[in-house]
Design a protein around this ligand. Sequence first.
Ligand code: ZN
Length: 160
Amino acid sequence: MEDVVLPVAQKGEEVLNLVATKVSPREFGSLWLHQLSQAMQTTMKYHHGVGIAAPQVYVSKRIIIVASRPNPRYPDAPDMPEIVMVNPEILTASSEKCLGEEGCLSVKGERGRVLRAQKIVVEYYTVMGERIQQTFFGFPARIVQHEIDHLNGILFVSYL
Ligand code: ZN
C-alpha cells in the first residue's frame, strides 16, 4: 500500500466540489489513516506536486499534505519537511496578500496567478492526533491555502 500511486480526480469530477468531512478522533493513529497519508505522499511525489489533498484521490476527508521542495514543476520552491495535516484550520491570515503562480494535479495543463495571504497561522492534527499550531509564510502558506481550498470544494481556477 505504501508505494501505491492513486488515481487523481480531475476538474469536473464531483468529489472535487464537495466539502470534505473531518477525521474523527477515533481515527487518529489508525492503520487506514497511515496508509492513506503514505499513498497520498507517493502520489504527490510521483506527479511532482508540492501538496495534495485527500479529495484529489477520491477520499472526501479533511487531510492535506504540504511539501514544498524544488522539483521540475516548481524549480524555485523552498525546501521544507513534508507535513501531513489532519483537520487543518486557518486561525489567522494576514491582510497582506501576494500574487503567485499556481497549478494543480487535478487541473492538468493550466496555471494561473492567484492572490493569497502572505502569512497564515494554521491549527491541525498529526496522524497520531497531536494538535499543532504553526505559522507559514510565502510559498508554503500559499500551498496550505490551496490545499485547504480543496477540502472546501474550491479549485484555484475559480479565482482566475
Ligand atoms: Zn490542487
